[in-house]
Design a protein around this ligand. Structure first.
Ligand code: IPE
Ligand code: IPE
Ligand code: MG
Length: 254
């Protein structure tokens, strides 16, 4: 009996899945809640907007790192629907840094063959920011490398409400929704072709979702680090991926 059991366990360690885990499977889609710019700046006696500028630099480095590691989709939380509550000068600084980021790194994103996409509501977004969104999306639309999805003016609950409105508008008056199911509803979300995130990383230690990918993250693995976003490096991303590989994703099964 014991002999049989030990054979069973030996056999188990050599399944294809175990081999993949040992080699390190790269998650296809990683989401990042880029938090901690303000605390990073405060620790240095700098203004919060300087923290956001360094946060942009970390985003550039991590996009490259994710692309080198073979990640297909990287969704980053850049500005939430709740972030409008911040002081007007901080919101203005974030918008300016957004414009600067896409101007300064235009060539670098092209060199990575990076396709840039945005998810979020376009309501209240300043005109120049909208123009940048449209340009960055259109000029990168045919690229085949990593997809950098910027969640900007994004709220997970807002996305679900927008999906309901979109579904009702598409169906027209008096439509019958009795056959609506999860898969058909998904078609009305912002980016229905993007697979759900496998792994969600949050920097700066907070253990909450803050309205990020509420529908899509239903079965994502979560990984939180105390590292503040401007300090987040490729090694941290690798640590998160290696931890992800030790997880057992059960999706409600056994
Ligand atoms: C995240 O950093 C960036 C945005 C929300 C735009 P924070 O600005 O939230 O940084 P902390 O949480 O105050 O340190
Ligand atoms: C989440 O961070 C939003 C972004 C990273 C863009 P917040 O700093 O806004 O989240 P809370 O307020 O700590 O929940
Ligand atoms: Mg924060």
């Amino acid at each position: 009996m014991l002999d049989k059991l030990s054979k069973f366990f030996k056999a188990k360690v050599h399944t294809d899945e175990d081999k993949q885990a040992a080699a390190g499977v790269v998650p296809k889609h990683i989401g990042i809640i880029m938090d901690g710019n303000g605390r990073w700046a405060k620790n240095r006696g700098l203004s919060r907007s300087v923290g956001h500028r360094f946060g942009g630099e970390a985003l550039r480095k991590i996009t490259r790192a994710a692309s080198e590691l073979g990640v297909s989709y990287l969704t980053v939380y850049a500005f939430s629907t709740e972030n409008w509550k911040r002081p007007a000068d901080e919101v203005r600084a974030i918008m300016a840094i957004f414009l600067e980021f896409f101007a300064r790194y235009r060539e670098e994103l092209r060199s990575m063959d990076c396709r840039v996409r945005f998810m979020g509501s376009r309501d209240n977004v300043p005109e120049d920011v909208l123009e940048t969104i449209i340009l960055a999306e259109s000029e990168s639309a045919e690229r085949q490398g990593i997809q950098l999805i910027v969640a900007f003016n994004y709220g997970g609950r807002q996305e679900i409400v927008d999906a309901v409105k979109h579904a009702v508008e598409t169906a027209g008056d008096g439509a019958d929704f009795s056959h609506l199911d999860e898969e058909s509803f998904r078609q009305f979300l912002y980016l229905p072709d993007v697979p759900d995130p496998d792994l969600i990383i949050r920097s700066s230690g907070e253990m909450r979702m803050s309205n990020f990918l509420i529908w899509e993250a239903a079965y994502s693995e979560l990984w939180v680090t105390d590292v503040l976003w401007p300090d987040f490096a490729k090694e941290d991303l690798q640590r998160a991926i290696s931890d992800y590989n030790s997880r057992n994703r059960r999706y409600g099964g056994v």
